[in-house]
Unconditional design. Structure first.
Lengths: 459, 333
C-alpha cells in the first residue's frame, strides 16, 4: 500500500511528544474523577440446589445461573456516588445466592463501565446482549445513556428492567414493551413537593432552581401543577458543566425568593447552599430526593468549602433542608428494610458508606429478585415481562408500584421529611399521585410490609 | 494509486467475509473501527501532513452527527445524501475554524481547538428544542428492505461504515500524493520556503482543516447511525484526545496508521477490561485499568516506535512503505 510520507523524524517526535503529554494529562484527569469504591466480585459460596428440574429456559439462564447485565458510570463525571450503586446491587445478589438463590439458581451480575457516555453505553450493551448473552438488562443508569440503547433492547426483546432514572420516557408500553422504570418519576415527585410548598409556605415568595434537562424540567412540570403561578417569583436553571451558579443565586435573591425549590444533583445542591451562604442569603431549601442524600451532601459541602479555603460543618449547614424519600431513610434503623440492607452491606459491601446510593442499589436488586421469583421456576424473557406487568409487592418502597400492562412506571409515592443531624427524618405518611395535572395527591393508607426474615423475597 | 485501489478491494472483501462469519457484536465493532478510522484519517492528514494540531476534532464529529440526526428526523432523506450533506456542512465549519487556525500555531492552536471541543457540544444542551438537550436525539436507521427482513442490522452498519471509511481513505491517499499534499508538506516543513516557492500558505492550511473536518463529519454521521443516538455526552473532550492519541499510536501522517489507531481504540479497552474482570478484579477496578493501560501503551509505543505502529510494521517487514534512510541515522543520535 502506498502512503503519504510521514513528517521528518524530529518534528514528528516533537509533535508526538506534545500530543502524548497533553493526552496523558487528560487521561489522568479522567481517571482521577472515577469512583474509589470497589466491591468484592468473587462469587458467593456454593449452596446445594434441590433436585428440581431446572432447565436452560432462556438465553442467559442455565440450570444453575441467571446472568444479567448493566451499564454503569464506574468512571467519568457521574462516577462519584453513582459508582456505589452496582456494587451494592451485587452485594444483595450475593446475599441471595448464599441463601438459596432464585429457585436454586445463582444470579451473575455483569455490570460494565460506560463512563456516562452514550457511545460507550451503545457499545457495552451490545457486548452484553450479543456476545455475553445476558438474560436481561438490569438497572442501566442514566437518561442520556440509556436512551441510546432502549430501542435496541426492545428490538432484541431483552427485558430492560428498572432503569436507574426517573425520566417518564421509560413508561411507553406500546412502543417499548420490554422497558420498565423503577424509582419515583420526577413529575410525581414535583407534584408532592409542590403541594407541600403550596400548603406550608402560603403567601411566601417561591423560587425554582433546576437542572436544565429532563430531570429538572419534569420536576418543574410537577411543581407547576401544584404551586400557583403567582407565588413563583424566579425560575433559574443550571447546566451541570458550569459550576459558577453565582448569577442564578443573585437572581433568586434579587427576586426576594424566601423558599427555593431545587431539582439539582447533590453537587449543585451543595453549591447552591454555599453560594447563598457567601452572599448572606438563607432561603428555606426544598430539594428533590436526587440531590438530598445527607451523607453525600454534607461531604460535598465540606469538600467544596475546603477548595475555597474555608472550613464548614457540613451536617450543620444542611440542617433543615426539606426533601422527600421513596425508600425508608437510612437513618431509620428501626425499619426492618434498613436493618436487612445494612446487614447485607456490612457483609458484602462494607468498604462503601451506607448511604442513599447503596440503599438504592440494594432495594432495586431486591425488587428484581422478587420479579424473578414471580417469573417462575423456569423463566423466559416474556414471563419476566408479564410477571412485572402483573404487579409486584411493594417491598422496600414506601408506596406501591404502578406496574400493569398499560403502565411501566415504578414507585408512585414518597414521604416528606427534614434533614436533621445528618439524617433524613420522615414526616407523615407517604403521598401517592399520578403524572397528570389534575390527578389528586392522596395519603397512602396501606402499611409497608416488614422485610422477610430470611432477607429473600418469597416465591 | 493502483496499489491503493487493490488494497482497498482486498480490505473490503475481507470485511464482508468477516462480517458474515463473526457474531453480531463483532460486526458492531467493525462498524466502530471503520468510524474511528474515518475520523483518525482526517486528523492524521491535518496533523501529520499540514503540521496543524487539533484537540477539538470531537466537535466536528458532533456537527456531523447532529446534522445527520436532524436530517433523518425531519426530512428522511436517503442515507447517502445525508452522509454527503453532513460532510459538506462540517467541511464548511472546518473552513471557518481553519481561517482562525491559519493565524495560530503550536500551543495557541491546540488551546483554540481544545476550546472548540469543550464548548461546541454544550450548544446542544443550550437549545433543547432543536437538539434535544442532554438526552439528545434518537436516530432511526434500518437495513434496506431488499436485503430481507432478517438481515442483521449490525452487519449492514459494518458494511456502510467500512464503505465510507474506504472511500475516505482512497480520496485522502490521492489528495496527499498530488499537488495539494505536496503543498501541505512544504508548508509543514518550512513556511517561508513554501511561500517563496509560490505556495499560498494560508490557503493550504485552511484547506487541510476543511478536508480534515469533512472526515470528522463523516465519522460523526456514522457514529450517529450505529449508536442510534446523538447527545452531548457522546462527544466529550476525551473523544478528541482519544482521536489524537490514536493518530499518534498508529503513526502520525500515515493512513494505514489511522486503521491501527482505530483498532487500538475499539479493541484494546474491552479486551483489557475482560482480562481484568476474568482475573477476579471487581468491575470498578477493571473499569479503571484500561485508562491506565492506554496511557502505558501510548508511552511504550512512543519509546519503542516514535513513528507509531505503522512505522514499526514497515520497519519490521523491511519494505519501503516509509523511506527511513536519512531519518534512521538522525534518530539514533
Amino acid at each position: 500500500m502506498n502512503a503519504p510520507r510521514p513528517p521528518t523524524t524530529r518534528t514528528a517526535r516533537r509533535r508526538a511528544l506534545t500530543a502524548v503529554a497533553l493526552a496523558t494529562a487528560a487521561l489522568t484527569a479522567a481517571a482521577c474523577s472515577s469512583g474509589s469504591s470497589s466491591g468484592p466480585a468473587s462469587a458467593a459460596s456454593s449452596s446445594g440446589s434441590s433436585n428440581a428440574p431446572l432447565s436452560a429456559s432462556a438465553p442467559g439462564v442455565t440450570a444453575t445461573t441467571i446472568t444479567v447485565g448493566s451499564h454503569q458510570p464506574l468512571t467519568g463525571p457521574a462516577a462519584p456516588g453513582y459508582s456505589e450503586i452496582a456494587p451494592a446491587s451485587n452485594a444483595y445478589f450475593q446475599y441471595v445466592n448464599a441463601n438459596g438463590g432464585v429457585y436454586g439458581r445463582k444470579i451473575v451480575y455483569k455490570y460494565r463501565d460506560d463512563g456516562y457516555n452514550p457511545t460507550q453505553t451503545a457499545s457495552v450493551v451490545r457486548q452484553l446482549v450479543l456476545q455475553d448473552n445476558v438474560y436481561a438488562l438490569f438497572d442501566g443508569l442514566g437518561t442520556p445513556t440509556h436512551l441510546a440503547v432502549v430501542n435496541f433492547l426492545n428490538s432484541e426483546k431483552i427485558p430492560d428492567v428498572f432503569v436507574a432514572s426517573g425520566c417518564d420516557c421509560w413508561n411507553s408500553p406500546s412502543t417499548t414493551p420490554y422497558t420498565f422504570g423503577w424509582q419515583l418519576d420526577y413529575i410525581r415527585e414535583g407534584k408532592v413537593l409542590g403541594q407541600y410548598v403550596a400548603q406550608h409556605f402560603k403567601g411566601k415568595k417561591i423560587g425554582y432552581f433546576y437542572q436544565n434537562d429532563e430531570f429538572g424540567q419534569d420536576g418543574v412540570k410537577g411543581l407547576d401543577y401544584e404551586i400557583p403561578k403567582s407565588m413563583v417569583v424566579a425560575r433559574e436553571n443550571y447546566v451541570p458543566t458550569n459550576v459558577n451558579i453565582a448569577p442564578q443565586v443573585a437572581a433568586l435573591r434579587a427576586a426576594g425568593a424566601q423558599v427555593v425549590v431545587s431539582f439539582s444533583i447533590p453537587a449543585f445542591t451543595a453549591l447552591l447552599k454555599l453560594t447563598s451562604l457567601k452572599v448572606s442569603y438563607a432561603p428555606q431549601l426544598v430539594v428533590s430526593n436526587v440531590g438530598s442524600d445527607p451523607i453525600t451532601l454534607s461531604g460535598l459541602v465540606e469538600a467544596f468549602a475546603k477548595q475555597g479555603g474555608a472550613t464548614v460543618n457540613g451536617n450543620q449547614l444542611i440542617n433543615g433542608i426539606i426533601t422527600d424519600g421513596y425508600l425508608p431513610s437510612t437513618g431509620n434503623t428501626a425499619n426492618s428494610w434498613i436493618a436487612l440492607f445494612k446487614k447485607v452491606h456490612d457483609t458484602y459491601d462494607a468498604k462503601a458508606p451506607f448511604d442513599g446510593n447503596v440503599l438504592y442499589g440494594e432495594a432495586v436488586a431486591y425488587t428484581f429478585v422478587a420479579a424473578m421469583f414471580k417469573a417462575g421456576r423456569n423463566p423466559t424473557r416474556a414471563s419476566l415481562v408479564s410477571a412485572i406487568q402483573g404487579g409486584l409487592p411493594q417491598g422496600p418502597a414506601v408506596a406501591p408500584y404502578d406496574y400493569s400492562s398499560t403502565s411501566h412506571f415504578g414507585i408512585t409515592g414518597t414521604y416528606m421529611g427534614t434533614i436533621t443531624n445528618g439524617a433524613l427524618t420522615e414526616e407523615g405518611s407517604a403521598l401517592t399521585t399520578d403524572t397528570t395535572a389534575t390527578g389528586a395527591i392522596t395519603s397512602y393508607t396501606g402499611t409497608q410490609q416488614e422485610a422477610p426474615a430470611s432477607g429473600v423475597p418469597s416465591p | 494509486m493502483r496499489r491503493v485501489l487493490a488494497s482497498i478491494v482486498i480490505v473490503a472483501a475481507v470485511v464482508v467475509l468477516l462480517s458474515i462469519k463473526l457474531n453480531a457484536f463483532r460486526d458492531y465493532q467493525i462498524a466502530e473501527i471503520a468510524t474511528y478510522t474515518t475520523a483518525v484519517a482526517g486528523l492524521t492528514v491535518l496533523t501529520g501532513l499540514s503540521g496543524q494540531i487539533s484537540l477539538g476534532h470531537g466537535a466536528f464529529m458532533a456537527i456531523g452527527g447532529y446534522t445527520t440526526a436532524l436530517l433523518l428526523l425531519h426530512l428522511s432523506w436517503p442515507f447517502v445524501i445525508v452522509l454527503l450533506v453532513s460532510a459538506a456542512i462540517t467541511a464548511a465549519a472546518g473552513g471557518v475554524v481553519g481561517v482562525a487556525a491559519a493565524r495560530l500555531s503550536g500551543p495557541y492552536l491546540a488551546g483554540a481547538t481544545l476550546m472548540l471541543g469543550v464548548a461546541l457540544p454544550s450548544i446542544a444542551s443550550a437549545y433543547p428544542g432543536t437538539f434535544g438537550g442532554d438526552q439528545g436525539l434518537t436516530v432511526v436507521f434500518n437495513a434496506p428492505a431488499f436485503l430481507g427482513a432478517n438481515f442483521p442490522l449490525t452487519r449492514w452498519q459494518a458494511w456502510v461504515a467500512t464503505a465510507t471509511a474506504l472511500v475516505t481513505l482512497t480520496l485522502l491517499a490521492s489528495l496527499s500524493r498530488g499537488r495539494i499534499g505536496r503543498n501541505w508538506r512544504a508548508v509543514r516543513d518550512d513556511e517561508v520556503a513554501a511561500a517563496v516557492a509560490g505556495i499560498d500558505v494560508a490557503r493550504a492550511r485552511v484547506l487541510a482543516f476543511v478536508v480534515s473536518a469533512a472526515c470528522g463529519g463523516l465519522a460523526g454521521s456514522l457514529l450517529a447511525v450505529i449508536t442510534a443516538l446523538v447527545a452531548p455526552g457522546a462527544f466529550p473532550i476525551t473523544l478528541s484526545i482519544t482521536l489524537l492519541t490514536a493518530a499518534v499510536i498508529g503513526g502520525l501522517g500515515t493512513l494505514p496508521g489511522a486503521v491501527w489507531g482505530a483498532l487500538v481504540i475499539v479493541l484494546v479497552q474491552p479486551y483489557i477490561t475482560n482480562v481484568a474482570y476474568s482475573h477476579g478484579l471487581s468491575a470498578t477496578t477493571s473499569a479503571n485499568i484500561p485508562i491506565a493501560a492506554y496511557g502505558l501503551i501510548l508511552i511504550l509505543i512512543m519509546l519503542a516506535f516514535p513513528q507509531g505502529l505503522q512505522g514499526a510494521v514497515s520497519r519490521l517487514l523491511g519494505f519501503g512503505l516509509v523511506p527511513l534512510k536519512k531519518e534512521d541515522t538522525s534518530e539514533r543520535t
